[in-house]
Ligand binder design. Structure first.
Ligand code: AHM
Ligand code: MG
Length: 330
């Protein structure tokens, strides 16, 4: 069978059917979210809701709508045991784990919320973990979710930009699908995404320059020094402020994305969330030939102690991450 669309891709024998069913449900949810995003102000989906999520951030109507869409559609997937979301304080159990095991789905339903109002790319990020071996015959608990990113069996994101695209890994490389709005089909448009080794681009919010740790400052200063500096070449800087769009650019044409720890809140590891943002993106970047680093080690090996834990995030072209590691070790 030729893998020309998502349905054909998911029917490959190397992908367990129950996992394929969960991924198909996520993809279906994202088709619906994409339709809502595209209605924009013509629908009833713009603006704040007046509530805050567990992180204390103001929820947008689209954050909650996207969350509800994914909860409703994914609950139908037989293999799914429970879900967790950036927008919900506690886990959302779906069904008891059977003897064959099940899957746990985590998502940031609408990443880049600050870009909704200004009509700039936003996205959905998702991560799938297996239920622990000892969970058969019982309901899932929050502790079952606290697994390192290395355990993910699949991860992906959907970017709602000029085109809606899904970038997916099931641990065997990374492929991209483009949503054909004429028929709501996910067409396979890149079967093997690979992060170029050479790069001249970096992404970081430079408004935080004064708060950075010394190794991050050194890295960025050397990029900014351009052809006259130690790097011997000019760099470009890009910051969309939607992680999905920034990481998509890095996976597509190389570069490095950083939202590292900084001195604003010394006890907070970083702004981004480990389970909903850092880990799924780190798996995609690694599967596309890149690397990730949290200031101590590989993001995917970071110990998980709570569902909503934050992380220091650096990911992208392998040589750049190796350089950042060296600077942190110096
Ligand atoms: P969100 O999940 O609430 O939208 O926040 C995460 C977003 C990332 O997509 C993006 O990289 C970052 O926040 C931008 O932060 P800043 O506004 O500090 O540049
Ligand atoms: Mg987010």
């Amino acid at each position: 069978m030729s893998t020309t669309n998502l349905a054909a891709y998911l029917s490959q024998s190397s992908i367990p059917p129950r996992l394929a069913e969960v991924l198909a449900a996520v993809a279906k949810g994202c088709v619906e979210i994409s339709a809502q995003v595209r209605r924009g102000a013509a629908g009833q989906i713009m603006g704040a809701l007046g509530s805050e999520n567990v992180q204390g951030e103001v929820q947008q109507k689209l954050d909650v709508l996207s969350n509800d869409i994914l909860l409703a559609l994914c609950a139908k997937a037989e293999g799914l045991s429970a879900m967790a979301s950036e927008e919900m304080e506690t886990i959302h159990p779906v069904r008891e784990v059977g003897p064959e095991g099940g899957y746990l789905l985590l998502f940031d339903p609408l990443d880049g919320s600050s870009n909704i109002a200004v009509n700039v790319s936003i996205g959905t990020i998702f991560s799938i973990l297996p239920t622990p071996a000892d969970s058969s015959g019982r309901a899932v608990t929050e502790a079952d979710f606290l697994q390192p990113g290395r355990h993910q069996v699949a991860a992906g994101y959907v970017v709602y930009g000029p085109q809606t695209q899904m970038v997916l890994t099931v641990g065997d490389g990374v492929c991209a699908f483009t949503l054909d709005p004429e028929c709501d089909d996910w067409v396979l448009t890149n079967p093997a995404m690979a992060i170029p080794a050479e790069t001249k681009e970096f992404a970081i919010n430079t408004a935080n320059t004064r708060h950075w740790a010394a190794p991050v400052s050194r890295y960025v200063e050397e990029c900014l020094a351009g052809v006259e500096g130690p790097r011997g070449k000019d760099f470009n800087m890009r910051w969309v402020a939607s992680m999905v769009a920034d990481v998509h650019r890095v996976i597509t044409r190389g570069g490095v994305f950083m939202y590292p720890w900084d001195k604003r809140e010394p006890n907070r590891p970083g702004k981004l969330r480990l389970m909903y943002e850092a880990n799924p993106m780190a798996l995609l970047v690694e599967q596309a030939g890149g690397a990730s680093f949290d200031g101590v080690g590989d993001t995917l090996d970071a110990e998980v102690t709570s569902l909503h834990q934050r992380a220091s995030v650096m990911m992208g072209s392998k040589a750049e991450i190796a350089r950042l590691r060296d600077y942190h070790a110096a």
